[in-house]
Design a binder for this molecule. Structure first.
Ligand SMILES: [Zn+2]
Length: 574
């Protein structure tokens, strides 16, 4: 039998956690059909000598719902070896949506996730109304990675209730229509139902998003709708505004999980923000308690701090101040001339003193960039590499005997791509490691596709491999690959992905374990309509294979678009 593709002489880390071995991988019709010493001829051969051959990485927490329309390759995730993503997290989705509500949906996504409205209006051919129609659109779009999607609570509520969704309790009629739509979505292949109780999730009018207006009995009904079909995951953006609020949220979530029997996922975070935050271990103990009570629950963990990023070409923490606003509205060369001018600088530095103080309100990447507080310069770092050991602006200011604002101005004038990093959560590496090591957490939660000019989480996979595996040796490569592949495939029931085994889909990533790491983030203007976004690529990823076709070689797209729609178990049963 002639094969479509043979990957020769690689070191196979198969995703199960088992020890590596040398071998060839043969692919036919999008599946792995042979492993070992392959003698059959193949249309295409890739030399993997010296490279690791692993299953493609799976990221279950993204917001690529809009981007899938215009970004064929699936950046920035694709550059980090990701071959499958789940989108529609936290209740935000583009379906179901009535035609007259499209612009409002786009503006809500701008408000919460910093996806530019102009990019969405220019880049989306908005042909759908129902959730199944959206899935059909995604199914047909040319794409280089695989996508699954949740039906989102805020979208669904707006669809059924209109503007009442932003202020009112659902009526019995509203609930019946939402239940029907959730079941229709699950049967069409939704991965589940997503929602949010996060205080950081607000509309363009700074009011709570629709899912936060829902009371818990509504959540019970909608998760119960999935339970009736015995299919679908409930993903929810957690309330992390403070100790008491978070504890109440978790207690009620436990009840949903135990009563419905559906898998439940929420973000586990270590936070110093908010009102008397709970220790990070509280959520891990909680996962164990829920399991003991009969819940099937996962915490979504990331592999490092979640950061607001500041640059000259995107946001700086001072942009809301009057002189700053005036200077920052100028073309870049003119800005740089003004930022170097001594009189202007004195004014810019002086204005910083009048910034709003930090309070005990939890700020995510959105508010941290668009409604910034006076920076804590001990918690604002001048990025010099990707090794999580950058100097703080406070340290640099002390060394140079300068005001922190002057330090930042000097740095951006010397390098217009200088990035400043403000950790929002997960500041402590040992907390992150503790969360990653817990058996009930998943390494996911990139938020890829969201916060396009505010955060950059898409590199969490290459960060795990470079920082935690190669640098700290906190995981074997085999264990880390399993976290990015088989564990996530199991949680989302992607039953023929996540392992290098015969019969499995040929989603593969070939990388150099001695070199793999994230590249430095930059600001690019490559969104539809020329809008800007943060971009982060990777080093050491030699090739990516999706459904048997090579999609990336040395970071360059091949033009192949073999990505598929991932349908959830509810569609397979139907
Ligand atoms: Zn999210």
């Amino acid at each position: 039998m002639a094969l479509d593709l043979v990957i020769r002489q690689g070191t196979i880390v198969d995703g199960s956690g088992a020890a590596r071995y040398r071998g060839d991988v043969g692919v036919k019709d999008g599946r792995i059909v042979e492993i070992g010493r392959i003698r059959a001829s193949a249309q295409r051969t890739v030399d993997a000598d010296g490279l690791i051959v692993a299953p493609g990485f799976i990221d279950g927490h993204t917001h690529m719902d809009a981007q899938v329309s215009w970004d064929r390759i699936g950046s920035c995730s694709c550059w980090h070896g990701v071959t499958s993503v789940i989108m529609g997290n936290c209740g935000f989705a583009l379906a179901p949506c009535k035609p007259e509500a499209r612009e409002w949906f786009a503006r809500c996504l701008t408000a919460v996730e910093d996806i530019p409205t102009e990019a969405m209006l220019a880049g989306i051919d908005w042909t759908w109304e129902s959730f199944p129609e959206y899935l059909a659109t995604v199914d047909h779009l040319p794409k280089a990675i695989n996508y699954g999607a949740y039906i989102g609570h805020s979208a669904l509520r707006m669809y059924v209730m209109g503007k009442r969704a932003l202020s009112e309790k659902a009526s019995e009629d509203d609930l019946a229509r939402m239940v029907a739509a959730v079941q229709e979505a699950i049967r069409a292949g939704a991965m589940g139902f997503s929602s949010s109780r996060a205080t950081t999730h607000v509309t363009p009018d700074d009011t709570p998003v629709a899912s936060r207006i829902a009371d818990w009995s509504e959540v019970d009904r909608l998760v119960g709708a999935m339970a009736e079909l015995n299919a679908g995951i409930f993903q929810v953006g957690p309330d992390i505004s403070g100790g008491e609020a978070q504890r109440e949220f978790l207690a009620r979530l436990k009840q949903v999980a135990v009563e419905s029997g559906r898998p439940v996922m929420f973000g586990t975070l270590s936070s110093r923000q908010g009102k008397s935050p709970n220790p990070w271990t509280y959520q891990l103990d909680y996962l164990d308690e829920c399991a003991a009570a009969g819940a099937r629950m996962w915490g979504q963990a990331t592999t490092r701090s979640i950061n607001a990023l500041f640059t000259l070409k995107s946001y700086l923490p001072f942009d809301v101040l009057p002189t700053w606003r005036q200077v920052r509205s100028l073309p870049l060369p003119e800005q740089k001339r003004r930022l170097a001018d001594p009189a202007t600088r004195r004014q810019l530095v002086a204005e910083e003193a009048r910034m709003k103080p930090r309070g005990d309100v939890f700020q995510g990447g959105g508010a941290a960039t668009t409604d910034p507080r006076k920076p804590d310069y001990d918690n604002l770092f001048a990025m010099q590499g990707v090794d999580w050991n950058d100097p703080s602006v406070a340290q640099l200011a002390a060394q140079r005997g300068e005001h922190p604002v002057e330090v930042m101005l000097d740095l951006v004038l010397a390098n217009e791509d200088q990035v400043f990093v403000q950790p929002l959560v997960n500041e402590q590496p040992d907390h992150v490691l503790g969360m990653l090591k817990h058996p009930r957490t998943l390494a996911t939660f990139s938020d890829s596709g969201a916060h396009v000019c505010q955060e950059m989480g898409s590199s969490l996979q290459t960060h795990l491999l470079s920082y935690w595996v190669r640098g700290k040796q906190a995981f074997t490569l085999e264990a880390a690959v399993r976290k990015l592949t088989f564990d996530n495939a199991s949680a989302w029931e992607l039953n023929d992905r996540g392992l290098v085994r015969t019969g499995y889909r040929a989603d593969l990533v070939l990388f150099d374990e001695a070199r793999v790491k994230p590249a430095m983030p930059t600001v690019e203007t490559d969104l539809p309509g020329g809008a800007r976004r943060l971009v982060q690529k990777a080093e050491g990823i030699a090739a990516v294979v999706v459904n048997g076709q090579v999609t990336l070689e040395q970071g360059e797209p091949t033009g192949a678009v073999p990505g598929e729609l991932l349908r959830g178990p509810g569609a397979r049963a139907a």
